[in-house]
Design a protein around this ligand. Structure first.
Ligand SMILES: Nc1ncnc2c1ncn2[C@@H]1O[C@H](COP(=O)(O)OP(=O)(O)O)[C@@H](O)[C@H]1O
Ligand SMILES: [Mg+2]
Length: 546
C-alpha cells in the first residue's frame, strides 16, 4: 500500500518561531565559537574590543586587564577589567544579555563593534557551555553595582540576579565569565598573540594579560594621545545595496522618498533627486519611504549607478597614524629597521571609502623565532582589530604574497626576521565570512595594500643593500688588514724603515681608501634607488588614480 500523502499543516505543526538567541545557540560558530582555541580568543576579543570602544567614546586612555584561569579540562574563566565609563544599571540587561542589542546601531561610522552580538554572544556561549551566568561589576562614577547576568534563550530576555550596590569608588567595567569547550594556547591564534597585536594597533592602550600559569605580560601604551575619532557620516549612494536601502527606508522618519534620500545619503541633493526621477521611471517620490518595496529599492539602487557623483567624504575613517605606528612598533618589536606608510583614502565598489596603513619591521623582535631560525610574519588588521584566523582567504595575504620580496633584498620571506603589518580601515569592511577574520578579495583593496607594502619595502631594500655592501666591504677591509703586519715586516727588511712606521702609514692609506669607497658606493646606490623608484611609479600610475 502506498504511504498516504502528509498534509503541510501536519508537517509545520511542530515548527515554532525561534528566538534570535535560540538561533545563535544552535549556530554559535557564526559568532566565532568554533574550535577550542578560537572560541576562547573570541571571548577575549569581544570583551576587549568593547572596552576599547567604550573608552574611546568616553575619551579615556584605556587600561585593560585580561585574566585567564583554567578551571578544568577544556574549561576556563576569563575576567576583563577596564577603566571605561561603565554601564548604567538601567541598560545592563539590554546591552549584555539581549542578542542584537547595542548602542552603536545605525551609525554609519567606523567602529569595532556594531551589531550588538559581541557581549551578549559571550553571555550565551557561557550559558550553553557551562550553564552559568556572567558576573559583572560596573561603576559609572555616580554609582556602582554588581550582578549576575544571563539570557532566557526562549524569549531573548535578560535574566539579572543578585544585583547589589558596591563601593562607588569602582569605576569602569569588570566582566567575569566561565566558558567550556575552550582551550588556552600560546600559539599564533591564542590570546597572548591577540593582545600583543591589539596593543600594536592601539598604541594609546595599556593592556595586561595574566595567563593561566599566573604569568603577567604588560603591553604599556606608547602614546598618550587618544586616537582621532571617526565621525559618523552619511553613506554614499554608490556604497549601498538594495537590502541596505530598504533597511534605511523602513527606519526613516522622512515623509517622502525624495526627502528620505536627501537626508540619508551624502552627495545626494534635491538636484540629484530630480536627475534620479528621470532615470528610475515608475516610482512615486512622494510616497512614504516606509512603504518602499524591494523592487522599487532595487530600481533606485540601479539608478544610483547611472548618475555621476562626487566622491564620498572621508571623515568617517580613522587610522592608527604613522607616528603612532612608529612608536608602537618600536615599543613592541624593537626592530633594527622599520618603515611605515599611510596611503590616502580610496573607495571601493564606487562609493565605500577605505584607507590602508602598512609597516615593515626588520630585526629585533620582528618576525618569529622558531627552532630552525627566523620566520617572516604577516600581521593583519581590519579597523585596528587583529585578524588571527582564515588568513589564506584574506585580501591582505593575497596582496603581500604577490610582492616579489627578492626585489627588496628579502631572499625568502619565510626565513627572515621580518614583520609586515597592514591595517585596512573602513566603515564597511567587506569581511569574507561571518567570523570576520578575513577581508574579501576586492581588487581595489588588494591594489592599495600592495602599494602600501611596496612603499615600505623600498625603504627596507635601501637598508638591506646598505647592510650587504657594508658587510662585503668590511670583510675585504679585514682581509687586507690581516696582511698589513706581515707586509710591513717584509718591507722593513728590504728598506731601512721601521716596521711600526710602515704599518702605521699603510693602515692610514687603507683606511682613507676604504672610507672613500663607501662614499662612492652610497652615492651610486642612492642614484640607482631613485631610478628604480621612478620606474615603479610608472608601473603603478594607473592604480593611483581614483
Ligand atoms: N566595557 C564596556 N564599557 C561600557 N559599555 C560597554 C562595554 N561593553 C559593552 N558595552 C555596551 O554594550 C553594548 C553591546 O555590546 P556588544 O554586544 O559587544 O555590541 P556592539 O559592540 O556591537 O555594540 C555596546 O554597544 C556598549 O554600549
Ligand atoms: Mg562589541
Amino acid at each position: 500500500m502506498p504511504n498516504s500523502v502528509v498534509d503541510a499543516d501536519v508537517i509545520f505543526k511542530e515548527l515554532k518561531t525561534n528566538s534570535i538567541s535560540e538561533f545563535f545557540r544552535k549556530n554559535s560558530q557564526m559568532l566565532g565559537y568554533s574550535g577550542k582555541v578560537r572560541s576562547l580568543t573570541t571571548v577575549v576579543h569581544e570583551y576587549v574590543t568593547n572596552s576599547l570602544d567604550a573608552c574611546e567614546e568616553a575619551n579615556i586612555l584605556p587600561e585593560i586587564i585580561v585574566e585567564v584561569k583554567q578551571i578544568a579540562e577544556s574549561k576556563y574563566s576569563v575576567k576583563v577589567t577596564d577603566n571605561g565609563p561603565g554601564i548604567p544599571t538601567k541598560i545592563m540587561g539590554r546591552v549584555l544579555a539581549t542578542v542584537l542589542s547595542g548602542t552603536k546601531f545605525h551609525r554609519y561610522m567606523q567602529q569595532r563593534g556594531q551589531q550588538g552580538i559581541g557581549g551578549s554572544g559571550c553571555t550565551l556561549f557561557s550559558l550553553i557551555t557551562t550553564g552559568k551566568a556572567i558576573h559583572v561589576r560596573s561603576g559609572t562614577g555616580r554609582g556602582a553595582y554588581e550582578c549576575d547576568l544571563s539570557i532566557d534563550i526562549k524569549s531573548n530576555r535578560p535574566l539579572i540576579t543578585n544585583m547589589v550596590e558596591i563601593d562607588k569608588a569602582f569605576k569602569g567595567l569588570e566582566i567575569y565569565g566561565e566558558f567550556g569547550e575552550v582551550k588556552y594556547e600560546s600559539s599564533d591564534h591564542g590570546i597572548y598573540e591577540y593582545l600583543r597585536r591589539t596593543a600594536l594597533s592601539n598604541p594609546h592602550a595599556t593592556i595586561r594579560l595574566i595567563d593561566p600559569e599566573g604569568k603577567s605580560f604588560n603591553f604599556i601604551r606608547s602614546v598618550t594621545e587618544m586616537p582621532t575619532r571617526a565621525k559618523a557620516s552619511k553613506p554614499h549612494p554608490l556604497g549601498i545595496g538594495t537590502n541596505d536601502l530598504l533597511e534605511f527606508a523602513h527606519a526613516s522618519e522622512s515623509r517622502k522618498i525624495s526627502s528620505f534620500l536627501v537626508e540619508t545619503f551624502s552627495r545626494l541633493s534635491q538636484n540629484k533627486v530630480e536627475e534620479l526621477k528621470g532615470i528610475v521611471g515608475e516610482l512615486d517620490f512622494d510616497k512614504d519611504p516606509r512603504k518602499l518595496t524591494w523592487d522599487e529599492a532595487e530600481k533606485l539602487v540601479n539608478s544610483f549607478k547611472q548618475v555621476k557623483w562626487i566622491a564620498p567624504d572621508l571623515d568617517s575613517l580613522s587610522t592608527i597614524g604613522k607616528t603612532q605606528i612608529e612608536a608602537t612598533i618600536k615599543n613592541i618589536l624593537n626592530p633594527q629597521f622599520m618603515s611605515i606608510t599611510e596611503r590616502k583614502p580610496k573607495v571601493f565598489r564606487g562609493g565605500i571609502p577605505f584607507v590602508v596603513e602598512a609597516g615593515i619591521a626588520y630585526g629585533g623582535s620582528a618576525g618569529k623565532t622558531t627552532e630552525v631560525g627566523s620566520q617572516g610574519v604577516l600581521i593583519r588588521f581590519a579597523n585596528k582589530v587583529p585578524l588571527l584566523f582564515d588568513g589564506s582567504v584574506c585580501a591582505i595575504t593575497s596582496a603581500v604574497n604577490d610582492i616579489q620580496w627578492k626585489r627588496y633584498g628579502i631572499k625568502e620571506f619565510d626565513q627572515e626576521p621580518i614583520s609586515v603589518m597592514v591595517n585596512v580601515s573602513s566603515v564597511y569592511v567587506p569581511y569574507s565570512g561571518v567570523g570576520k577574520q578575513a577581508i574579501s578579495q576586492e581588487m581595489e583593496i588588494i591594489e592599495e595594500i600592495k602599494l602600501a607594502v611596496m612603499d615600505c619595502a623600498r625603504g627596507l631594500q635601501r637598508y638591506m643593500s646598505g647592510q650587504k655592501n657594508k658587510s662585503i666591504q668590511t670583510s675585504k677591509y679585514n682581509t687586507i688588514m690581516k696582511y698589513v703586519s706581515q707586509l710591513s715586516e717584509n718591507l722593513s727588511e728590504i728598506t731601512d724603515l721601521k716596521k711600526a712606521d710602515i704599518e702605521k702609514e699603510l693602515k692610514a692609506l687603507i683606511d682613507s681608501r676604504y672610507k672613500k669607497l663607501l662614499e662612492v658606493e652610497a652615492a651610486e646606490e642612492a642614484k640607482a634607488q631613485e631610478e628604480a623608484e621612478g620606474e615603479e611609479e610608472e608601473d603603478v600610475g594607473s592604480a593611483e588614480e581614483e
